[in-house]
Write a protein that binds this ligand. Structure first.
Ligand code: GUN
Length: 290
């Protein structure tokens, strides 16, 4: 039996806890100056995963001293009604951030909804202005939480991306595409050679085997097998898939663990970092509003 050394695991829970402690000091400073950071959550419909995610984010806010409010709208809410709620939240000076949980039920257009959130309250980094700033390497924008969290995980686990071959699986707007944009920037914590693979990529396994760092965000249960991983590579599993009542990632963890140099546990890897980055963006939004 192969046993993993403890430093093989990239402990997202421990790193997120460290960031929470750093943020607690910034929240205390804001409160001293008369500002209580405020964040609004909007959830449309009863998607079970979204309920769980928003619940976790609410709890993290409460633990840190960020005041949050949650608006739950029925599945059949017209887009216009959601847009008027966003306009109301945009105008509320007590709110520094607004998060509309994805996915949104059809026929609501996510692009229209995310463009309606004021860019300086867009703590998700989904507004076209923040997406544009991300592409331009302009650090005044908000970085989307999951890719930003993965960058933090790598930096704080002493995984260098400088000149590294990074292969990302999945081209979604929430993880894959912004992850590629972040890692190919010029500068510390980036400077990677990035390959973005997707459903039309030929011979994905061959791309994966070249990776120093492999990031799986395609939403296919246990897609990444041990023979797709170069021995010693760093493997980041973003996937959250429910299979027969069991939660599994996009990586076949038990097998890949044997060949990877470092790997994120799942749960306990990327998930807590997404929340930590949401808190960080919200604290920063409150600081900028001062
Ligand atoms: N759904 C899955 N991840 C996210 C996220 O980071 N933000 C929002 N708003 N919805 C999500």
């Amino acid at each position: 039996m192969t046993t993993a050394s403890p430093d093989k695991f990239i402990d997202g829970r421990a790193i997120a806890a460290l960031i929470h402690r750093e943020l607690a000091q910034r929240v205390a400073e804001l409160r001293k100056r008369g500002t209580v950071p405020g964040l609004a959550f909007v959830r449309v419909g009863e998607d079970p995963a979204s309920r769980v995610y928003v619940g976790r984010k609410e709890k993290a806010c409460a633990d840190l001293g960020i005041v949050s409010q949650t608006h739950v709208l029925p599945e059949k809410t017209p887009e216009t009604e959601l847009l008027s709620l966003i306009a109301q939240l945009n105008a509320d000076p007590r709110l520094h951030g607004i998060l509309v949980q994805a996915p949104l039920p059809k026929p609501i257009r996510e692009s229209v909804v995310y463009a309606a959130v004021l860019p300086h309250k867009d703590v998700d980094g989904f507004h076209p202005i923040n997406v544009g700033k991300l592409m331009l390497g302009d650090a005044t924008g908000f970085r989307p939480c999951t890719p930003a969290g993965i960058c933090e995980l790598l930096v704080r686990s002493q995984v260098s991306t400088d000149g590294a071959e990074v292969v990302i699986l999945g081209r979604g707007n929430i993880v894959g595409k912004p992850m590629a944009a972040l890692l190919c920037q010029k500068g510390a914590g980036a400077n990677a050679t990035v390959t973005l693979c997707h459903s039309a990529t030929r011979d994905i396994a061959a791309h994966c085997r070249r990776a120093d760092i492999l990031i799986a965000a395609l939403g296919v249960p246990e897609f990444v097998k041990a023979d797709m991983v170069r021995p010693g590579a760093v493997v980041i599993d973003v996937g959250v898939n429910r299979v027969e009542g069991r939660l599994v990632g996009d990586v076949d963890f038990a097998e890949v663990l044997k060949v990877a140099g470092k790997i994120t546990p799942n749960p306990g890897g990327v998930g807590p970092m997404t929340i930590a980055m949401l808190l960080q963006n919200t604290v920063r939004a409150a600081e900028l509003a001062l």
